[in-house]
Design a protein around this ligand. Structure first.
Ligand SMILES: C[S@@+](CC[C@H](N)C(=O)[O-])C[C@H]1O[C@@H](n2cnc3c(N)ncnc32)[C@H](O)[C@@H]1O
Length: 406
């Protein structure tokens, strides 16, 4: 029988992709970068096999799975499953006081997606995938994702009721509008709800497995330079959240090579941190829309900050850094560098994140866009350090020989 035109039939591209995948899997040794590459190749195999209706139903399936997960997380159903052994949906229903069939149906759906197992009919147990959704693991990450996702469905209405230029107005972000806080910036909007602020900060602080910090700029190699003048701060992390970047750098630069490590962020973010949370790191409340108060540090870093804003705002922020830099100071941008064109089978992160950033007046940027921002602030790129996989990079910058522009 001839394959239907909408069904993928014998397909040279699929055969080549499958053979390459099989060969790569045989050589797989657990390397995390290789694992990410293999996942992308597996996605590509699936895309080559799907019919157009498969594409649509996959989205439907995922949206149901997310809804089921949200139910189970918010009602503490996963928390009620014993860490060892299993429990029936009947017993779970008694613990969380929710209809048994609702719980069983939601659990069966997530089991299909590899989260939890059902060792006997209507009996459930945690597995490694489920553990990620528990308190103290990445439950806050999931809740942050849900908080960001609900406003997406209001985007059509946002665009119907707003002028096109409003998307670029820091006080008219789609997120703030969708949660009834138009007039506030995105960060002021999340700060108005302690739970949202905590989930945001927790997510940022624990996302190193998916957003690398090290493996780009060679922090260990700065030892001699820093030790030669420890009166200058070693690193100022601007908008550094809970100190995740500085703590990672300490793994390559024990004790900051004897010089200060300074964490700058908004007062409510810093207030959640004790001295024990960030040993060897000094907290400093600072608004990055004002001139940088720490002068002539060895390094200033902005990780995942410039992507939160559009180019005109970034130019102002970077000018504030340039105004504090000395001739040997370096500014490190830790962000993704957007490829010029999307290719199937490459990393999806820049694209979902870029779409997500639209909710808060931000966007991922290309190398040319970074150059435009730096040029306006009187800075230039020294070296770009890409991560081994995907678009993550550290961009090392310095003052142009003529100094900062006004
Ligand atoms: C996307 S998070 C990145 C956090 C951290 N750099 C990282 O990569 O994990 C943005 C950070 O910028 C901070 N921030 C937002 N507006 C700020 C402002 N006006 N001044 C200083 N920090 C700000 C937020 O509180 C948050 O910690």
């Amino acid at each position: 029988m001839e394959p239907s035109p909408s069904l993928p039939g014998p397909n040279a591209e699929l055969i080549v992709a499958a053979s390459e995948f099989a060969a790569a899997v045989k050589d797989f040794n657990g390397d995390p970068v290789k694992q990410r590459q293999l996942l992308k190749e597996a996605d590509r195999l699936r895309i080559l096999l799907e019919t157009p209706m498969d594409v649509l139903t996959k989205q439907w399936e995922m949206s149901q799975c997310i809804a089921a997960m949200n139910l189970l997380v918010e009602l503490d159903v996963l928390e009620a499953i014993p860490k060892q052994g299993s429990i029936s949906s009947k017993d779970l229903a008694q613990i969380v006081k929710v209809d048994e069939s609702a719980i069983a149906r939601a659990l069966k759906l997530i089991v299909i997606f590899g989260i939890c197992v059902e060792p006997a009919p209507n009996v459930f147990a945690l597995n490694a995938n489920a553990s990620v959704f528990l308190k103290g693991a990445a439950r806050e990450f999931f809740q942050f994702m849900i908080d960001q996702t609900e406003p997406f469905y209001k985007l059509p209405e946002y665009f119907r009721t707003h002028k096109q230029e409003d998307l670029y107005d820091l006080n008219k972000s789609p997120y703030a509008w969708a949660v009834g806080m138009e007039g506030k910036s995105y960060y002021d909007a999340i700060s108005s709800d302690p739970r949202k602020l905590h989930n945001f900060d927790f997510t940022m602080a624990t996302s190193e497995p998916v957003t690398p910090i090290l493996g780009m700029f060679p922090w260990a190699s700065t030892k001699e330079q820093v030790e030669a003048d420890i009166s200058r701060p070693f690193v100022v992390d601007i908008g550094g959240g809970r100190g995740q970047l500085l703590k990672a750098i300490q793994r390559e630069a024990p004790n900051g090579f004897g010089a200060k490590m300074i964490l700058q962020d908004r007062p409510d973010v810093l207030a959640s941190l004790t001295a024990e949370d960030i040993p060897g790191i000094e907290k400093m409340s600072y608004d990055f829309f004002t001139p940088q108060p720490v002068k002539n540090a060895h390094f200033y870093v902005m990780r995942r900050i410039l992507h939160d804003f559009y180019i005109p705002v970034c130019k102002e922020m970077v000018k504030n850094i340039a105004s504090a830099m000395g001739p040997t100071s370096r500014f490190i941008i830790a962000d993704m560098i957007m490829p010029d064109k999307v290719e199937i089978g490459t990393e999806v992160t820049p694209y979902w994140l870029d779409f997500n950033l639209m909710m808060l007046n931000g966007t991922e940027k290309s190398k040319q866009q970074f150059e435009e921002i730096l040029d306006a602030a009187g800075l230039e790129i020294v070296t770009i350090y890409p991560f081994a996989f995907g678009c993550h990079a550290n961009i090392e910058c310095r003052l142009k020989s003529g100094g900062a522009s006004s």
